[in-house]
Design a protein around this ligand. Sequence first.
Ligand code: ASP
Length: 347
Amino acid sequence: MRHDFLSRRDFLATAGAASLVAGTRRGGFARSTAGPVAIASSNGLNTVARAVEEINSGADALDAVIAGVNLVEEDPNDTTVGYGGLPNAEGTVELDSAVMHGPTGRAGAVASLQGIMYPSKVARLVLERTDHVLLVGMGAQRFAQMHGFAIENLLTDRARAIWVRWRENLSNRDDYLPPHGPDERDLGEAMRRNEDHWGTIHCSAIDLNGNISSVTTTSGLAFKIPGRVGDSPIIGAGLYCDNEVGAAGSTGRGEANLENCCSFLIVERMRMGDSPEAACLYACERIADHTRLARLQNSAGEPAFNVSFYAVNKAGEVGGARIRGTGRMAVADAQGARHIEMACLYE
Ligand code: ASP
């Protein structure tokens, strides 16, 4: 069922109301009156634990969230971020990342960055050591080299094998052949995009001074057109942070988020009084309302893709929502690190 955004807009203004709307599902709840608190996408359980550890040792929230996501960026087993991330259509890993520092209101980002394992650290250097916000491609790589980063091969054997399988099965009208037996005729068929093609890590945190910062880092959409940039490195889309209000970030179909600037929207909804979860649901609703092309809809006219949002407000309340289905997000605070359920717009 598709909901009428305009008529539901005001109704969704409170978390309590959001839970009563047919078709939406409330998620989990965690509350803390101040830092330390960290939130992340579901792949960030170690990330939030690390971020809170850093905060408890006196770190600024930006240092803490970057230290947290570095664990995933360097992990060869996470095929959605940094080293080991799935490559673009030509087999080259291209990374996107952005950071935002609440106390100074500054941002830094890199997009289509090749050969650097820690794009979040480079994004931070853009914030601190340039008068710019976003560097892309070779310019971003040269900037990273200037600051001493080594160029490395980020394509692991595992990611390369997945890419080769994709390439060989993409079409039966080209000359690439998947492994096959002598009796097989029809080799290769258009592979449908699936959930494995998506993935990112977002992390936001509040430190012991009550300051908020955020990071999002990703290898982006698997097998993307070279040069494609998703939402992750775009301030206001893949993340947004306002030290007086809270922070938000996203994972999932970046194009839908780019067209709706949802992290900014979520922070503004929290400024107006929405709980983090209600604000994230509101963003899901906005995307659903703006998804008007048949190729992006299922038979019920709903978005045929997923986007997830994660948010924390200044008081340390956290929540998340996704367009479809159950999902979890990672949270850590004084009670330790755990997953909590997220709300969803459609069951
Ligand atoms: N949002 C990322 C992008 O579009 C991918 C993801 O989170 O799955 O690049």
